[in-house]
Every structure is written in C-alpha cells, then in structure tokens.
Design a protein around this ligand. Structure first.
Ligand SMILES: [Zn+2]
Length: 463
C-alpha cells in the first residue's frame, strides 16, 4: 500500500509539472504568436524574396495604392501615382526603409492568435495613408525630373497631403540597372525624412527669432540708433568684413528696415545679427527652433539637423547665420518650424498614417494629432508671419501663387552645376492651414525654381 501511495504521489507531481508546462506554453503562444507569425520564415506571409503577401495600402480618399492579388504584391494602375507615392508606400522588397510596407508589417497583417494561419488572407488590414495620390502625382510632375523633395501638410492636424522624394522608380517595373546607375544614387532614401542639407537663407527667420527673443536692441548693433530691434535700420554695402574673413551679398542692398533685410535676404545683415548674438545664443536659438530635433513621423524618426559653433571665427559665425558654413537641416524639421510660425509657436507633428482598418472596414487604430513643444514665442511667431508675408509681396510676387502665402527661399551655390535650393512657408488663410517645403538638388534658385514647384502643388490643393 505504501508503495502504491508513493507512486500515486509521484504521478501527481509529474502530472502537475506537465500541466504547468502546458500553461506556460499556451501563455507564451498567446503573447508571442503574432510576432512568431511575422517572422520572415513564415512562407504564408512572405514570398521567397521577402515580399509581404498580405495587407492593403490606400490614400486618404480610399484610392488603393498597393495590394496583393494571386500571390503577388501589386500597385496602382497609374505610373505617376506609383512613382510619386513610392517612398511613403514602399517597394515590394522593403528596401525603402522609411516606408509603410517596411515599417508597418504588424499593422498590415490581420492575424488572430485563435484562428492562426487561416485568419490571414491577401487583403489583410488596410493602412490608410494621409497622402492624396493625385496631389503626389502633381508634385512629381512639378519636380520635372529634378532630384529633391516636396512636402505639404496640414499644420493643425499633422496630416501630410503630399510627400514626394526623388529620384524615384516604378515599383511595378523596377529598373534593371537600379543598383549601378548613378542617377539612382540614394533612391531608397526618403529625402524628406532621412536626409539633411545646407539650408542657406531659409535659416534666416531662425536667426531673426534668436535676435528678437534675446532682447537685442538697435543700439547694440549701432550706437547711433536707439529703440528695440524691430526699429533697427541696416545699411548693406555688399560686403561685411570681420577680422578673419568676410560675408557678402550678391548686390549692395543699401539702407533697409528689419523686415526689408529678410525680404532682401541680406547676408550682411544676418551675419551682423549672428555675430552680435555670439555662438552660444545662436546655438540656443537653433535648439529652440527644433531644427536639431528628430520628429516621429508615423513610424519613422527623422534625421537630426547639425550645426557647429564651437571654436569658430566671427566670419564663420556670420556664414552660419546665413545658413551656410557647416549648417545642415532636415527638410521635415524645417517644414515643422515654418508651420510653427503659422501656428503661433507650435505646430502638429507631421504624420503619414490616417487610420488602420481590418478587412471588414472596422477601425482598428487612428493615430492622434501630436503637437510640438513651443518652438517660438507667440509674439515672435506673429512678427515672422508678417515678415514672411512681406517677403512674398516684395520679393517673389503674390500673383505667382494661387492663394496668399508667407514664405522664404534659399539658394546654395554648388561648385558644379546649378544651385541647390529651397522654398518653405505656409498659406495665411487659417481655414486652409497648409505648410510646405520644397528642396531641389541642382534645381536653380529658390525664389524661382523651388517657388514654382510650391506654386504648382498649391494650385492643385487650393484651386
Ligand atoms: Zn545685403
């Protein structure tokens, strides 16, 4: 009897351990099933070339941009739509790392741990993007074969309406020489999110902000003058000499009010401001503007801007103050800065994802609008709104644009070929709260070439 009892006891212990093991296994499965399911080894989800074989991507109007049919990932029928939305949607192989197809696999797969593999079909979930396919195609057309980026977004909701990065390619007809042909260099990079470039004069509002918010007075710049900085007059002689070098303007601008220095984009005036502020105040002003921050756009972190102010000569600080020297900005953080001017000091963080729905159309997730921290004091934002509107009236011409805008251009000369250039700004009608940025590599001048791209895209948005 004793022996039987002890054997029953042993069996009970073994059974208890077995059941406990089953419970641990089931719990681990429940926790990790979707993750295991998403591994690239799962042939129900991926082709042998790592193409995701479930999930649909649509634009904000429900236009389907990418879907799976008969075991193949497919794209919109129109080549301009495919090429203009490529960097947001993604290529079939996930080489465009900052795209929805590469970063939103969890959201695209409709997986139920209870049903397992049978819960997955080709449609999957639908990621509805904020972009408008037609507007993207219009932006690609406006770029006219030049490399660069265009983005327009609603600075109150954060919704990106157009985001094009070039060079691009057709994901339904991938060029055979894409890896060797130099014209495709950097093609997998989303220039708006992941790159930085020399800003040139689009940085000038940031220096003006730093000067206004530092309490600099007209007399600090010229003992013969008095009153606040906004009453300062600057006389440009075409060149501004410092002990170790000089900063010059393309022409002699003569006597200007503070607002006119921005409209004239007078390098001598902004070099004077930067040097008067000193490297620490300029550096702090740039930090406050958010240009060295990284924003999370949908699922992607943007590139940080970079500046160097330590151990530099005055003329180098002068150059840094006109957006040259070693200044590097990311197009997205520059866009957000201009949006914050429009928004009174803050703006919505841009986003590419409107919502995620399951195959029956049921809403699964809708990202909330996020606001930036305060990038400018409200009074500075108000002054810059006025100054940038004047900039358009005095330098670019209001007739070129389909609606009232406030903007600044930038042109950065290159040792070879045409200049790189920028145009950044916003619409001044608060019921149509759009901010935009255009960047062109070897595109020409900011006021003309980049300004024309902005005008063309806005004309589709605000007819
Ligand atoms: Zn000047």
């Amino acid at each position: 009897m004793k022996k039987i009892r002890s054997r029953i006891g042993l069996c009970s212990v073994v059974l208890a351990i077995f059941l406990a093991g089953i419970l641990v296994l089931l719990n681990t499965y429940r926790k990790n099933a979707s993750e295991w399911f998403l591994t690239p080894y799962n042939r129900h989800l991926y082709s042998s070339e790592n193409v995701l074989l479930t999930g649909t991507i649509a634009d904000r109007n429900g236009v389907v941009l990418s879907y799976v049919k008969n075991g193949e990932r497919r794209y919109h029928a129109n080549a301009d739509v495919r090429m203009s939305t490529l960097h947001v949607v993604g290529d079939p192989y996930g080489k465009i790392g900052a795209s929805a197809l590469a970063t939103m696999r969890d959201d695209l797969v409709s997986f139920s741990a209870a049903k397992g593999i049978s819960s997955v079909d080709e449609a999957g979930n639908t990621v509805v993007l904020t972009i408008d396919a037609k507007l993207n195609a219009a932006a690609l057309e406006a770029l006219d074969g030049r490399n660069g980026t265009v983005c327009v977004y609603n600075y109150k909701t954060g919704e990106i309406l157009a985001l094009v990065s070039t060079p691009t390619f057709d994901p339904s007809d991938i060029p055979e020489d894409i890896e060797e042909n130099p014209s495709y260099a950097g093609v997998y990079m989303n220039r708006f999110l992941s790159t930085t470039a020399t800003p040139g004069s689009v940085l000038k509002p940031v220096i003006l902000q730093a000067a206004l918010e530092s309490g600099l007075q007209a007399s600090d710049l010229d003992p013969a003058q008095s009153g606040p900085l906004i009453d300062w007059n600057f006389t440009c002689k075409g060149v501004n000499r410092f002990p170790d070098g000089y900063v010059n303007c393309p022409k002699v601008h003569g006597k200007q009010s503070l607002i006119e220095t921005l409209a004239d984009s007078c390098n001598c005036a902004y070099a004077t401001l930067a040097v008067a502020l000193g490297p620490d105040t300029v550096s702090e002003g740039i930090r406050k503007s958010g240009l060295t921050d990284s924003y999370k756009v949908g699922t992607v972190n943007t590139a940080h801007g970079a500046f160097r102010f330590t151990g530099i000569y005055d003329y180098q600080l002068g150059y840094a103050g006109v957006g040259l020297y070693l200044d590097q900005v990311n197009p997205c953080s520059l866009l957000v800065y201009y949006a914050a001017i429009a928004g009174g000091g803050r703006a919505a963080v841009p986003n590419t994802v409107l919502e995620i729905r399951d195959e029956n159309g049921k809403l699964l997730r809708r990202p909330e609008t996020e606001l930036t921290r305060e990038l400018l004091d409200a009074s500075t934002a108000e002054y810059l709104r006025k100054a940038l509107s004047e900039d358009v009236r005095l330098s670019y011409g209001t007739d070129r644009f389909p609606c009232a805008i406030a903007a600044k251009s930038g042109t950065v000369s290159q040792s070879k070929g045409a200049s790189n250039c920028w145009f950044a700004g916003f619409t001044t009608d608060e019921d149509k709260p759009y901010a935009f940025v255009v960047y062109l590599e070897h595109g020409g001048t900011g006021s003309r070439a980049a300004g024309d791209v902005a005008a063309a895209v806005l004309s589709h948005l605000v007819p």
